[in-house]
Design a protein around this ligand. Structure first.
Ligand code: CP
Length: 304
């Protein structure tokens, strides 16, 4: 595929190639001059219809570090606010000779539509509750960096699984790379269909979820995507599901703590866990830039 919309058509070899290339990209980022000519002459549009800190900034930097021209489109400051449709917006932007899109949108499936409207390669930077593939790649990379391999590792993901594109993408990706995924949350936030994915199990019991886990990821409650809302209070949620030192005592001794961000400190994750020695949360952020460089290279230049 020339797009990265989700992991459906991606085999383990190509996924591993992206992780391997990220090692090289980290070396580039350690140089005094952090720039390579790989994407020279290409124009990349970051089309964000939903807010972002990490994904948007790291993609923009990743593209610039590889010498692409970057056109930044933020829906909030655009004619979308006057009612212009997604289709008309993308057809306009494509006239500026855009070679590839990086798309974030509140609607599941929007990234696929951008490919349809533009005919250009699209990287999904998060669409609704469906997929956030580069987040899952940087999560996988961070676990691999810690343990040398994903084979036989267990990643527990706790939180609002139902509304989380991060949980869904990790559940699709990690088993392809040999890891097991345990998804955990209150029953109302734990969609049963995910149990059908190979290598994925579901539980409402947080201690059971983290037992034997090499990495424990906390997810926030996405109240903006809850039509009915979470039935309990944030305090009730934190009392049972918060990733903190007490819960981490049940994980593997060398287990790491992950969070895709943005964090609600002392709700889904304690400040001690977020800032403690097990935390790799800022490492995830650092790795995100290298993974996004690797994805851009893989899709737009070549596979090796
Ligand atoms: N993890 C993540 O997607 O963060 P942003 O929303 O800040 O991009």
């Amino acid at each position: 595929p020339r797009n990265l919309l989700d992991f459906q058509d991606w085999n383990p070899e190509r996924l591993t190639a992206i992780l391997d290339n990220a090692d090289t990209m980290l070396q580039v980022l350690d140089r005094p001059v952090k720039k390579v000519p790989a994407l020279q002459g290409l124009t990349i549009c970051t089309a964000f219809f939903e807010n972002s800190t990490r994904t948007r900034t790291s993609f923009e930097l990743a593209a610039r570090r590889m010498s692409a021209d970057v056109m930044t489109f933020a829906a909030g400051a655009s004619s979308v606010s006057k009612g212009e449709s997604l289709r008309d917006t993308i057809e306009v932007l494509t006239q500026y000779k855009v070679d590839a899109y990086i798309v974030r949108h509140h609607a599941s499936g929007a990234a696929h539509l951008v490919h349809q409207y533009s005919g250009k390669p699209v990287i999904n930077a998060g669409d609704g509750r469906r997929a956030h593939p580069t987040q899952a790649l940087l999560d996988a990379y961070t676990v691999r960096q810690e343990f040398g391999s994903l084979e036989g590792k267990t990643v527990a993901i706790l939180g609002d699984i139902r509304h989380s594109r991060v949980a869904r993408s990790n559940a699709e990706l990690l088993p392809k790379l040999g890891a097991r995924v345990v998804l955990c949350g209150p029953a109302t936030l734990l969609p049963a269909d995910l149990a059908a994915l190979p290598g994925v199990t579901l539980t409402t019991d947080p201690v059971e979820a983290v037992r034997g886990a090499h990495a424990v990821m906390a997810l926030r409650l996405q109240q903006e995507r809850m039509s009915g809302g979470y039935l309990g209070s944030l305090q009730e949620y934190a009392d049972t599901y918060q990733v903190n030192e007490t819960l981490m005592a049940h994980a593997e001794s060398g287990a790491i703590v992950l969070h895709p961000g943005p964090m609600n400190r002392d709700v889904e994750i304690s400040t001690e866990a977020a800032d403690g020695p097990r935390s790799r949360i800022l490492k995830q952020v650092e790795n995100g830039q290298a993974i996004r460089m690797s994805v851009l290279y893989h899709l737009l230049v070549g596979r090796d």
